[in-house]
Each structure stands twice: as C-alpha cells, then as structure tokens.
Design a protein around this ligand. Sequence first.
Ligand code: NAP
Ligand code: ZN
Length: 354
Amino acid sequence: MTYPTKAYAAESATSPLASTEIPRRDPTARDVQIEILFCGICHSDLHQVRDEWSAFMPTTYPAVVGHEIVGRVTKVGSGVTKHAPGDLVAVGCLVDSDRTCPQCRDHLENLCPNGVFTYNAPDQHGTAPVTYGGYSGSIVVDEHFVLRVPKGLDPARTAPLLCAGITTYSPMRRAGVGKGQKVGVVGLGGLGHMGVKFAHAFGAHTVVFTTSPNKKEDALRLGADEVVVSRDANEMAKHAGSFDFLLDTVSADHDVNSFLNLLAHDGTLTLVGAPSKPLEVSAFALLMGRRKLSGSLIGGIAETQEMLDFCGRHEIASDVEVIPIQKVNEAYERLVRSDVKYRFVIDMASLARG
Ligand code: NAP
Ligand code: ZN
C-alpha cells in the first residue's frame, strides 16, 4: 500500500523542476516515516537532474532528487527500536543495502554492491521504478539508514551534513588529517566549505584553493589559514611540493595536475568532486614524489552518525541560504555559476504553496 506526497520533479534532462505528487510506501515493521522539514541542494542533484552522469548512472525520469534530509518522525513500524515519533532525524545518500556483503559487515554500506541510493536507484520495495529523494514532503526509510540529529544543532544547517559533511569528513579521517599537517581543500562550495571546517577542527594547517577571489574573506572566516586563487600561477607555485593531503571537491572539468604538483612526497590527493568528463592525469605529476591519487564516496552509516555527533560536540554546521522550493530552478542556475554561500537548503514547508 502507498500514500501520496507532494514533491518537485524533473520530467527530462532539460525541463525545470516542477510540482507533482509521488507515492510513498506505508511503513513496514522496520520502517520510519518522516515528515521532511529541510533538504539541502547538492551539486549531485543537479548533475543527475540534467543527466550529466549518463555514462555512469543514467537518470530515470521523473526524477525527484535530494539526499540531505532532516525531518520529524511521524510514524514507526512495530519492529523499530532506534527512533520514535517526534524525534528529529536525518537521511543521507543511502536508503538500503544488502547487509550481508563484506563491506556492509564492515559498516561500509556506501561501498555495498547492492546499495540503494536515496534517489534514482531501483526501488527494492517496488513503490516506484526508482527511489525518490528529499525534494518532497514525506519519506519512508528502513530504520538502519535513519540518523539521529544531535541536540542543539539547527535543523536547516544540519541537512547538508548528510552529504557534504560526511563526504569531506570520511576521507580526511581516513587520511589521519590533524595537527602538524598541511591540508588543502580545492573548491569552496557545499562540500568545500565543510571540508574547511573539518580540516580546521582536526587541527591541520588549512589552505583553500578557489577560482572565486570574492570568497577569500569567507574562506578565512570558515577556518582557512591561507587562501590561494588557483588561477594565479605565481600563488600556486609558492605551495609546490608542500601538502600532505588535498581534497578536490570541484564539480567541473579542471586541471588536476596543477594540484598534484602541490603534494609533498607520498602525499595524497583525494577526489570527491565528480565532473562528468574524465580528468587528464599526467604520469609525471604522480611519479615525481610517489604521489597518490584516490577517490572517496560519502561514508557508511555508523561513520555518518559519528560525524553528526562530532558536529554536535563541536558546534559545526553548514553555512546555508534557505530557500522556498519555488526558487529551486534559480538556485540550480546559481550553483552552476559557483554563486552559493555555501549550501542552498529548501524549507519544505513551502511545498504546501504548490
Ligand atoms: P558546489 O557547491 O557547486 O561546489 C563546487 C565548487 O567547485 C564551486 O563552488 C567552485 O568553487 C568550484 N568550481 C566549479 N566549477 C569550477 C571550474 N570549472 N574550475 C575550478 N573550480 C570550479 O558543488 P558541491 O555540492 O560541493 O559538489 C561538488 C562535487 O562533488 C560535485 O561534482 C558533486 O557531484 C560531487 N559530490 C561527490 C560526492 C562523493 O561522495 N564523492 C558527494 C557529494 C557530491 P570556487 O568558487 O571556490 O572555485
Ligand atoms: Zn550529495
């Protein structure tokens, strides 16, 4: 059985998002039903709405995106133990996984070969052809994939932690980012500004690389020790061979070699940005200094809870511009122009206005 909920959907790669209605399943024994209060706008939403990742994960339409969800529990199934009606909870990029593969047993649901993304993934419950995300009024999710929002965190500013937060926290934790290290964050958007906050909180000397000179002051306020305008070759040259770790959050085609050259020997550049076009990598940029190039995909559920709890303890949240859903198409245009400070978050109460 299903029930209808309001949502914003794209009907094709070229059509704007528009008001519609989608089905949600009635909660089963393990399910949590959530009234969505806020949903962040991730650049991945835009990539997928516009089918920019068609070579890797083609978009099924209508597409209802959104995977930075904060909401209030409205109902729970009879077997649910972690959450209760009235709780403030969150859902990120994953809503299911097989729970049996080695990665799931190791709390790495994000790497499960049968993992189900929050939107545009085959719906294991058969409610619709694909899963529908958070640009909607209500969602039903297995309790394992529902996170607790720590007390004291502002709900709108918490939503982006569910993707931008965990995607930057996880690789930096794995790399042991901390005191005594020089760490760079490339691109100051949704992911980048969270990367700066975490690198600073972990105690690293933090450098921001931006193409937007007007973001310099903000970068320092967010926790950067230095800011480099990456299109200035002289400024870049001053940092050659000096970084332990670089996190590349850039959403579009760019020259990754100019950043690899900034790594010290045995340093690592981790890509989290997902441009649709393959990047060109110079062998020499890697050979010289035995440098490493790697990638990272969100994080597991336990680590996502750990990140939220860390944010609760350290009063870390996203810098947001809250918008009504009627402004979502305008926000997408601004996102393409890197005009975001530093995450758009949709106030889902605006859905009632159609
Ligand atoms: P965003 O808010 O749009 O930020 C991207 C930033 O990249 C921009 O603010 C801009 O920063 C920089 N940039 C944009 N175009 C550029 C260009 N042509 N050359 C150099 N720099 C450019 O996007 P986001 O939501 O943070 O997402 C960033 C990327 O990460 C997207 O591709 C997204 O799909 C991906 N992502 C990956 C994961 C994962 O698990 N790996 C999770 C979430 C998102 P400046 O103005 O400072 O230059
Ligand atoms: Zn995302």
